[in-house]
Design a protein around this ligand. Structure first.
Ligand code: NAP
Ligand code: GFB
Length: 325
């Protein structure tokens, strides 16, 4: 009888958590549920991870062997600009509680989640994993960025002093089913899918924030989920690894909006509100380290992923996170 391995996913009810759950349940290949694996996907209703007592109670209850740590206060550009202290402090508390409780429970492995927005704003491109701490992040998201950078420092300190196997991944902008579609707090793709859907439904103009010129790399949540499962099972380093499509797949916000207009089937007026911030112009990431390990990894084509994400939103509009009361 194989010994049951408990894998705890904090933030399991969010965009990335739901994608991991979908892959574990549906992938019939190497990324699906392994024999003897018990996956536990947490929501904040299981306990507020800003509280050490609530965090310890969760670990006591599930006694995890491994942890994928996704839980965080997360948001798009405009939320980051508005709530720098909340994004710094909430994430500092959540990360310290989860990593220290995992240490206390002698958890075999923890994989935490950073983000390419944490890299220095004034840097050479493309960005690689060695550049994390080489200077201040972009002004718009320094709160979130410093809390996330510290995870890398915490992982190295736990490994150095106690030999803990705590590592991290660095995804670029993520999108997919179960995203946060709140019109103010969301990231660009779910925000524009929601806006374009409403513009079509109400016959109102579709307005994109900013100039449309900034450049981004986007990874589909279900591709990221497969890579998270691979990191949990195969990746042996404490140093982080960038999980991203290639530099050639970098796309400007105008082209993102065009893809969403096509996916929604919107034919009305479409404009840019240049009074709104563009945020960071670009954060071009180098995925050479990932491709060294997984040279044949297949990313879902952008337009296919945008169509699937848009269809999911329209089919689930009633119970999606739209920010509507
Ligand atoms: P999300 O959709 O906003 O989900 C956040 C998750 O964290 C939810 O399950 C939420 O639970 C949970 N959570 C939030 N605060 C909590 C608290 N105080 N206690 C317990 N649970 C809490 O976020 P996501 O986009 O999936 O992000 C997952 C990870 O990927 C995060 O670490 C994020 O920083 C990272 N990331 C995201 C992106 C992106 O573009 N989305 C890019 C790079 C990295 P409830 O559902 O109960 O609220
Ligand atoms: O995805 P996003 O909010 O985050 O914005 P960042 C990306 C770009 O899309 C910016 C433009 O240039 C925005 O001006 N944009 C256009 C819009 N229309 C919209 C809209 O309706 N909503 C939004 N949100 N943007 C975040 C960081 O930066 O990246 C976070 O602040 C996190 O901390 C995330 O790391 C992954 O890519 O600019």
């Amino acid at each position: 009888m194989t010994h049951e391995k408990v894998i705890l996913v904090t933030g399991g009810s969010g965009l990335v958590g739901k994608a991991i759950e979908w892959v574990i349940e549906n992938d019939k290949g190497k990324y699906g549920k392994g024999e003897g694996e018990k996956w536990v996907f947490l929501t904040s209703k299981d306990g507020d991870l800003r509280s050490i007592e609530a965090t310890r109670a969760i670990f006591e209850k599930y006694k995890p062997n491994q942890v994928i740590h996704l839980a965080a206060l997360v948001g798009g550009l405009f939320k980051n600009i508005k709530y720098k202290l909340d994004l710094l402090r909430d994430n500092l508390l959540i990360n310290d509680n989860v990593l220290h409780t995992a240490h206390e429970h002698k958890v075999e492995k923890v994989v935490s989640c950073l983000s390419t927005c944490i890299f220095p704003d004034k840097t050479t491109y493309p960005i690689d994993e060695t550049m994390i701490h080489n200077g201040p992040p972009h002004e718009s998201n320094f709160g979130y960025a410093y809390a996330k950078r510290l995870i890398d420092s915490q992982n190295k300190a736990y490994n150095d002093q106690f030999g803990d196997n705590f590592t991290s991944v660095i995804p670029t902008n993520v999108f997919g089913p179960h995203d946060n579609y709140d019109l103010q707090d969301s990231h660009v793709i779910p925000g524009l899918i929601h806006k374009c859907y409403l513009a079509k439904k109400n016959g109102t103009p579709f307005v994109v924030a900013g100039t449309g010129k900034p450049l981004r790399q986007f990874i589909y949540s279900r591709d990221l989920a497969k890579l998270f499962i691979w990191v949990l099972r195969e990746y042996k380093e404490i140093d982080p690894i960038i999980l991203s499509v290639g530099e050639k797949d970098e796309i400007c916000i105008k082209d993102v909006a065009d893809a969403i207009v096509k996916a929604v089937g919107f034919e009305g007026e479409y404009s840019f509100d240049t009074s709104k911030s563009d945020g960071q112009y670009k954060k071009t990431a180098n995925n050479a380290k990932l491709l060294k390990y997984l040279p044949d990894f297949q990313f879902t084509p952008f337009e296919v992923a945008v169509k699937e994400s848009t269809d999911w939103f329209i089919q689930n509009y009633g119970n999606a996170r739209t920010g509507n009361p």
